[in-house]
Design a protein around this ligand. Structure first.
Ligand code: SF4
Length: 112
């Protein structure tokens, strides 16, 4: 997979955006994004999911929203399969996805 994204960009450096739209700039290997229609974060502040400071404590509010989301498994799968290195997806921070993402995903999908 080729990743062309500048991973140092943040929500505010981009001048605000719908975070789902950000992905139009990526070469996605997993294009199944139907979960977006049912995302609990649809109307949430993108800065919660893509904060300036990438520390786990900062993602707390976003992760709380993810815990209410009916499509978190698909969201997590999408972020892990596409190796998205920023933002909260499926209730996981970038570090959590990088470190344990595939194992967590396999576990929740019953493939572990
Ligand atoms: S799991 Fe979280 S980031 Fe993904 S769609 Fe649901 S609320 Fe949004």
């Amino acid at each position: 997979m080729t990743i062309r994204k500048n991973t140092t960009e943040t929500a505010s450096s981009r001048g605000g955006y719908n975070y789902m739209d950000l992905l139009s700039e990526w070469e996605l290997v997993d294009k199944d994004d139907r979960f977006k229609e049912h995302a609990a974060c649809k109307d949430a502040d993108p800065a919660l999911f893509f904060p300036e400071t990438a520390a786990n404590r900062v993602y707390k509010e976003a992760i709380a929203i993810c815990k209410t989301c009916t499509v978190y498994k698909d969201c997590m799968r999408y972020a892990i399969n596409n190796k998205i290195p920023f933002g909260v997806w499926g209730g996981l921070s970038p570090k959590q996805r990088e470190r344990d993402g595939e194992q967590i995903l396999a576990s929740i999908l019953g493939q572990a």
